[in-house]
Ligand binder design. Sequence first.
Ligand SMILES: Nc1nc2c(ncn2[C@@H]2O[C@H](COP(=O)(O)OP(=O)(O)OP(=O)(O)O)[C@@H](O)[C@H]2O)c(=O)[nH]1
Ligand SMILES: [Mg+2]
Length: 470
Amino acid sequence: MPRLPSSASQDDPITRLAAPPPDETLEEREERVRAELEARRVSEQIDDQLNQERIAARRMPKPVKLLLLGQSESGKSTTLKNFQLMASPKAFRTERVIWRAVIQLNVVRSIHLILNAISEAQRQQKLHHSPSSSEFSNAPHPPPPSSLPTVELTPEHFRLKISLSPLVQVEEALVRKLQMSSGHPGFAVAAEAGFAKELAVNSGSGWKGNFVERVLAKRGRSDESATEDEEDDGIDWNDPVVRELLEANKVRLREMSGFFLDDLDRVTSLRYVPSDDDILRARIKTLGVSEHRFTLKSSNNVLGRDWLVYDVGGHRSLRAAWVPYFDDMNAIIFLAPISCFDQTLEEDEHVNRLEDSVLLWKNIVSNKLLAKTNMVLFLNKCDILKEKLAAGVKFSRFITSYGNRANNFDSTSTYLKRKFQATFVEHSPEPRPFFCHLTSVTDTKAMSHILINVSEFILRENLSKSALIP
Ligand SMILES: Nc1nc2c(ncn2[C@@H]2O[C@H](COP(=O)(O)OP(=O)(O)OP(=O)(O)O)[C@@H](O)[C@H]2O)c(=O)[nH]1
Ligand SMILES: [Mg+2]
């Protein structure tokens, strides 16, 4: 067999390595060349494929970026839940088990408030009947402080207090486990009003995954060993004395976020599985900024694209963290809870909540970084506003500029819509369309229509802007 001469330069190590063996036969050479050609063909095919993918990625529409803003408890996280329910109902529902514990923690928080009200009344009663004023002094009993009602606690109330107390330990154990599960304080119990506690979550901590794996597994076991007797605590929070005590402590339990005492038997039963509505009503305060990605689809496929929704904490101390997100958003949904015209901020009891919302709206719409961002306004918690007005709470007592207009939903909501619109038109750096919805974001059915409408508005408005053109 003839041997072929090698032409490889023996000086270059790479050429030396790639060079054919010096004693290569003709057949071996043909085989080698064929293998080299095949390898080149495969490599070129891979390059082509990568190029095509790169071009396709460039043609793919960018995700729509949406920022949810508003004061604390305005309904931002609840709006996010509606988006998640719409985009992926199955995934939303697999998280029911987590919300069950959150709802039960919400119940415990309400119970804390009742216990505190009873304890405070007890303390006042003791003071009132203390030996210094009754046994060793001829002076008459001092009148009770004007803020507290002259109610008589019965043995029933003490029984109630004793039966509720163990729940406080349940709360502590659950929260401790939640904090441990995330490795860092993703969950925190925020002090509120000096005595009651609110569950809070640092959104970036991936709390749901950790919680399911490490906490509920254990809790599930302990639940199974519970008896049906333990289920029914027989809590009558509607007891007139308890209600009077709560009022004296300025606690309006029914209006508070995460109120489940009317459904106590159901939400504390062993086999309780939260409904979509329960999940929407569950309350966890947001501490950080979290990003959520999903694809929205609709029958006409107008919405078939990716969305990135950013949920932020609305507490005053957390608002500085919003700014870094301002220059890159396609739209903002701003939530103003209009039912809270008679409430003050948790962070400053001298500031009316509605007034804070109007000022915040003014700051956002006048911000130059957001001059080209589309704004959607949700005048939220309309269901609660309707209830309050129907119960006779006078809007004009708190919003004096309302004058003697009718104290009904149509009139008050129209008044507020005009007020927010006027602020928007006056303070926007550039003309923009005013897009507003009257919402109750806990109403999932109504919200699915509103969110489709809002999403289509955002896409339409942004199509003319290069950011969203494919
Ligand atoms: N009835 C009623 N409850 C609402 C509505 N919107 C929100 N809520 C409830 O109000 C509470 C607060 O809502 P969230 O969505 O947690 O508020 P947030 O704006 O995310 O608050 P932060 O995380 O503190 O900034 C939750 O318990 C909700 O279920 C509404 O329109 N009607
Ligand atoms: Mg939130």
